[in-house]
Design a protein around this ligand. Sequence first.
Ligand code: ADP
Length: 448
Amino acid sequence: MRKLSNKINWIKPTNEKFDYTNFSKQKRSIVFAQLCFIGAISALIQGAYDLRDGLPVVMAIDVFIAAILFLGFYLNYKGKSHFAKLLIFISINISLFLFAAIVPKGAGIYFLFFPLIIFYFVSYGYEQRIYAFSFTFLSLILNGILLITDFQPLGSINLHPSSLSTSFMINILLSFILMSLGILFTINLNHIGEQLLIKKHAETETLTKEVQHKNQSLEKTNKELDRFVYSTSHDLKSPLASILGLLNLAKLEKDPVSKSIAQYLDMMEERVNNLSGFINDILDYSRNARKEIELSNVNISELVNEVFLTNRFLINADKIDLNAQIEINEVLLLDKTRVFRVLHNLISNAIKYSDLTKNKPCVTVSAKIEHNKLVIVVRDNGIGIADEHKDKVFEMFFRGTEMADGSGLGLYIAQEMVLKMDGAMEFESKIYEGSIFTVKIPLAKKVA
Ligand code: ADP
């Protein structure tokens, strides 16, 4: 890994995250530049020898190759590596072809086409392999022409048999060395890629294990917390019920109690009722989170009436006109407890936040089936919800008004329950005019 990071630092001395694609692109570009430079210098040296040997045409080709290679190096340096590669590979193919055509076949110049083919693949990565294949095709065609025909557009030169065999040996050796270097580069690049993959895989495995472990402990903590909330709330219920009982007893006492004590008793009863409501809300929340859906046959008309009855003791409930418009005659398969609780929270809110200054304060509950969904609408002409509160009413513990006592949990729990039943809840409201809450719950199947 240290070796890998050294290589990475050599090419990318920044703290950025290592990017293999970028890295291999840069590596290819660097190798291409090195090839151009070394090739250009070699061509110039070769040109000097050819001049000395009295071969001006060959020397001209050498100088031309050197110039093209320097240009390629410069273009690559300027970031125009694609253009540089096209220029270099086309020119080198032409030059090598002409060169090999002038010199007798025995010199083995055509061998140099093979390392060239390797360098196409070194210079063009996987994504640009089409160029590598196209150039390979070009080189093979040119090589074929050289070997099969006697094509000599620039004439021919004669070499002494001894220098012919030396040239042959040098060209074979050079081709072999260049091919080996090209293959070595590709192997090296692959090796770095593999090491990187192994490292990434190990990192991912460690991360997955860590996440799994954290998830398990989170789940455990969540369950413990749930159990704690549930059992604490549950345990608080019975002493509260006893206090309520004792308060009632105290109120029934025959001995006359002073007016202020009677008032205190009423206040205590109210506070205890509030606390009891709050604990019931928490228990509802906890039950909803823990309990799975339990389907049973539900008669919506009866259910709405039941909710009306449980709310009849709310303050001012007697001054409000409660209506039900149920357009469902059949029995539906629903999670009764949850639907009851949702309706209860919506209807009790409609009563709590009613506007008694209105001519006819009323709450209307309508229910129908639409697209295999139970659609319940709770409409009131109460105080309405201010625009600035509209996106907060479903939040936990949000209370928009002090007008009535509440935990700020009612709508949150109703929403959670609706979501648990795969349903949706929305509302419209206009301040001082009233609110309309709509609940849609998908129906599992109808029961006759
Ligand atoms: P709570 O009623 O316990 O305060 P809820 O979660 O049930 O909590 O409601 C949050 C807030 O949304 C209420 O405090 C109230 O401001 C507003 N609200 C809910 N229902 C109505 C309604 N029908 N009409 C007017 N305001 C409402």
